[in-house]
Design a protein around this ligand. Structure first.
Ligand SMILES: [Zn+2]
Length: 69
């Protein structure tokens, strides 16, 4: 039986970018942000800025809970 080798497809155009689960320092709400965000991300609960975009990798202003691969 022939093996299917091309099973895995590239899901994202930038493999080094990641999604990060962060905790809001103000209200402790946890949400997922993009590590290479090009726009500021704010807390959905209280509006605290969680991610600030820089030239390349975004600056995470919140507490990082875990990094999602
Ligand atoms: Zn918050």
């Amino acid at each position: 039986m022939p093996r299917k080798r091309k099973l895995y497809k590239i899901l994202t155009p930038e493999p080094r970018s990641k999604f990060i689960k962060v905790r809001c320092p103000t209200c402790k709400n946890e949400q997922i942000v993009f590590s290479h965000a090009t726009y500021p991300a704010t807390c959905l609960m209280c509006g605290t800025k969680l991610v600030e975009p820089t030239g390349g990798k975004a600056k995470i202003l919140a507490e990082i809970v875990r990094i999602l691969e």
